[in-house]
Design a protein around this ligand. Structure first.
Ligand code: SF4
Length: 243
């Protein structure tokens, strides 16, 4: 039986997909974002490994909270889509138990039949778009944007509910010009039902220092600039939240 490589669990999360959620932080990531809040999830080996039925049993202990709050289960990380066999088994069990499921992903994975199966089994995708400009994307994540773009196309083709998440970095992704570019790009994808804006904060810096790495040198954006950014997206017809 395939075991999931797990970093940690948050049993009463409220920011990752609606309602009260059981959030499973999975190990491993193909990106190396300079602003990552969870660089400790990159590491291998993981904190622990568990098979899908065991994880499902633990998740189902919280079903009453899910029902009461329209919540559910969210796979996050790290990058959950690096562990697709495990997810297929886990999502299958949770679907049979009527638990709402979400995957928080950077979408930097190949489109395969297996991935399409994961997409079909999951209710909601929280897709991080780090930056639309290919050069900036590579500079801040170490990876290309094109796989994420292809992933969004796959979600759209399958009409899968998608919320886009944008980390707002001062001087990099906080301008109204960039908001307009983003709105123009996302209009092509009717699967996108909401945009979550996540202003950068430096709470993850201590983790970088603990891992012996140079911490990121980004600044938090001005609240007013983020609000302007949100208003522009809203004017383009997108439901938007600032987290
Ligand atoms: S994709 Fe997410 S987990 Fe991976 S490096 Fe970027 S911010 Fe961190």
């Amino acid at each position: 039986m395939i075991k999931g490589k797990i970093h940690s669990v948050e049993t009463l999360g409220t920011l990752d997909g609606g309602g009260i959620r059981y959030v499973l932080f999975m190990s491993g990531c193909p990106m190396r974002c300079r602003f990552c809040h969870n660089p400790d999830t990159w590491a291998s080996p993981p904190a622990y490994e568990k098979c899908a039925p065991e994880v499902a049993d633990d998740i189902l202990k919280y079903s009453d909270f899910f029902k009461f709050s329209d919540g559910g289960f969210t796979a996050s990380g790290g990058e959950p889509l690096l562990q697709q066999d495990f997810l297929i088994e886990l999502l299958g069990i949770l679907r049979r138990e009527n638990v709402h499921t979400a995957i928080d992903t950077c979408g930097s994975v190949a489109i395969t039949e297996k991935l399409e199966k994961v997409i079909d089994l999951c209710n909601l995708f929280l897709l991080d778009i780090k930056h639309l400009d290919p050069t900036t994307h590579r500079e801040i994540t170490g990876a290309d944007f094109s796989p994420t773009g292809r992933f969004l196309e796959a979600l759209n083709l399958r009409n899968k509910e998608t919320h886009i998440r944008i980390v707002i970095l001062k001087g990099i992704s906080d301008s109204t010009e960039y908001a307009a570019r983003l709105a123009e790009f996302l209009k092509k994808y009717p699967c996108v039902k909401k945009i979550d804006l996540l202003p950068y904060h430096n709470l993850g810096v201590k983790k970088w220092e603990k891992l012996g790495m140079n911490p990121p040198s980004f600044e938090a954006p001005d609240r007013q600039e983020t609000e302007k950014f949100a208003k522009l997206l809203e004017a383009s017809g997108f439901a938007t939240s600032i987290q």
